[in-house]
Design a protein around this ligand. Structure first.
Ligand code: MSP
Length: 507
């Protein structure tokens, strides 16, 4: 079976990490861990996009070299990945020579085959911002003060023949209706392609931008943005090596909606097509975290920095919150109140209480040895049925990247274990002298332990640490493959458990 190759956007090295970056990496990590639990081999790449004007300007301001600045920022992003328990296999940086080599070889090949040409470009240029402006940059019909003097200039640049592939791409999207998820995004891309597609300017003269990869056929120019950044996906898969086909085509590119069209949904498929390289199988475009309705970024100046919550609450809590709170593809509003309430309700009251009271009862009544169950009666049958439904719904949602919905049904199941206890009232059974009370108590505790084991197994991708802690209490290793673990078979009957644990202390 081909390795499941998953990539994320590579973050810009022009600022520190924030919630948007963290979310995307958690989402990708949960997808990858899900595939592993389903029995697939995976390869997971993320990284840093290091070239460009803003990086160069930022370094000038700090009076350091662009590479020094990138090294520092790479450190910050890598620390974030570690603190979130992200299980990536590679971290690609676009300043690495393995990457520059691939970019240059693609450019040379396209140039040799006439897919790239030189032409003049006329536009409005701001010397202060060192960039071309567009009509949309005007405010009330004039160039804003921040741009200083703006003049019309003509500059020669290199262009990639994007337009000639427009019809091909439309046909490709028509034949591959699941190429982009969610599906309404694919519809938007098709709409976008109804307008004529201009060729893509892929260069900047060196005197304006030096922090980039020089064009192999004209060292007076460097590549501009997307021809550098997008190529990381094939560099990391080992383009040019014999092993390339082990990873490529990528199974999934996970990105935010802002960089779907045109970069990932138009430039990238066309670049690959022009280079005779297979297209990735799927692109998943997630939504934005917002704050008071606006896209969150480093500069939004939140009163709480969501990334500080990782330290205060641990990675798993943060992972749970972002995966439960945001329906993949939609936007979600960040608020500390929501965060605290998810922690208290879903995790503390439902899961945490179940674990601690169940282990406590098993210790009290059975010296921590899971009792043998007896024949299932109505309450047990209902809970088992509930499990069968939950397990199906959950896996189906996880496979479709609908983690919020999958976790919602899992939370419902966890609550029904607690309800089952309220129905069976084991604490009363333990004191009762009635005939059959002890047998019922045995079945009740054994049933709850089995239900907890199963629910916990489904948590492995989202809450890997909490999952491992719970399994450890049950005397089990962390779940490796679901196919072995998701069957209701009372396998812990007769096993010794460990003492209780407080998973989610009150804050
Ligand atoms: N460097 C480019 C991507 C090149 S991929 C070949 C870039 N970098 S970025 O740092 O601006 O964004 C990185 C990822 O974070 C993008 O997928 C972007 O959508 C995501 N997010 C940035 N802010 C976000 C939110 N507020 N919410 C969710 N994700 C957003 O674009």
């Amino acid at each position: 079976m081909k390795t499941f190759y998953l990539t994320t956007a590579i973050d810009y090295a022009n600022g520190s990490p924030h919630l948007g970056h963290a979310y995307e990496k958690v989402l990708a990590d949960v997808i990858v861990r899900t595939r592993r639990a389903l029995g697939e081999e995976t390869y997971f790449v993320t990284g840093l996009d290091e070239h460009g004007q803003k990086v160069q300007q930022g370094a000038e301001k700090e009076k350091v070299t662009p590479l020094d600045r990138c090294n520092r920022i790479a450190g910050e992003f890598q620390d974030m990945l570690a603190s979130l328990n992200i299980s990536h296999d590679d971290y690609i940086r676009t300043t690495e020579s393995r990457h520059k080599k691939v970019v240059r070889s693609l450019l040379q090949d396209l140039f040799d085959r006439g897919e790239i040409y030189k032409a003049e470009y006329t536009g409005f240029y701001s010397t202060r911002a060192e960039q071309f402006l567009q009509e949309k940059d005007k405010e009330d019909g004039v160039w804003p003060e921040i741009y200083g003097e703006v003049s019309e200039i003509t500059e020669s640049n290199y262009f990639f023949k994007l337009g000639k592939y427009q019809e091909w791409l439309l046909q490709f999207l028509d034949e591959n209706p699941d190429f982009i998820l969610p599906s309404h995004r694919q519809t938007q891309v098709i709409e976008f392609l109804r307008e004529p597609l201009n060729d893509l300017c892929i260069s900047r003269p060196k005197e304006r931008l030096s922090w980039g990869i020089p064009l192999p056929f004209d060292p007076e120019y460097v590549t501009y943005v997307w021809f550098d950044a997008l190529v990381n996906y094939i560099t990391a898969a080992g383009f040019g090596d014999n092993d390339f086909s082990k990873l490529w085509p990528a199974n999934l590119h996970v990105i935010g909606k802002d960089i779907l069209a045109p970069p990932h949904a138009i430039y990238w498929p066309i670049m690959l097509r022009a280079c005779n390289i297979e297209l990735p199988k799927q692109i998943l475009a997630h939504g934005w975290w917002t704050s008071s309705g606006a896209k969150m970024s480093k500069s939004t100046g939140e009163s709480v920095n969501p990334l500080e919550l990782i330290e205060e609450y641990e990675a798993d809590i943060f992972r749970y919150f972002v995966m439960r709170e945001m329906k993949v593809g939609q936007d979600a509003e960040f608020s500390l109140e929501r965060f605290e309430s998810r922690y208290r309700a879903d995790l503390g009251n439902d899961l945490g209480n179940l674990v601690s009271r169940l282990l406590h009862m098993c210790a009290n009544y059975f010296d921590s040895i899971v009792p043998q169950h007896h024949e299932a009666e109505e309450p047990e049958k209902n809970l088992i049925k509930r499990w069968e439904e939950t397990h199906g719904v959950c896996l189906e949602n996880f496979e479709k990247f609908q983690f919020s919905q999958g976790l919602e049904s899992l939370s419902g199941f966890i609550r029904s274990i607690n309800k089952y206890a309220d129905e069976r009232v084991p604490w009363k059974l333990a004191k009762s002298t009635e005939v059959g009370a002890f047998v019922n108590l045995q079945t009740c505790i054994s049933t709850m332990i089995e239900a907890l084991r199963l629910a916990n197994s489904l948590l492995v991708a989202v809450l890997p640490e909490i999952h491992a802690k719970i399994n450890n209490r049950l005397g089990l290793e962390p779940t490796e493959f679901w196919r072995d673990d998701l069957v209701w078979d009372y396998r812990l009957d007769g096993e010794k458990l460990k003492e209780k644990i407080i998973l989610f202390p009150r804050k």
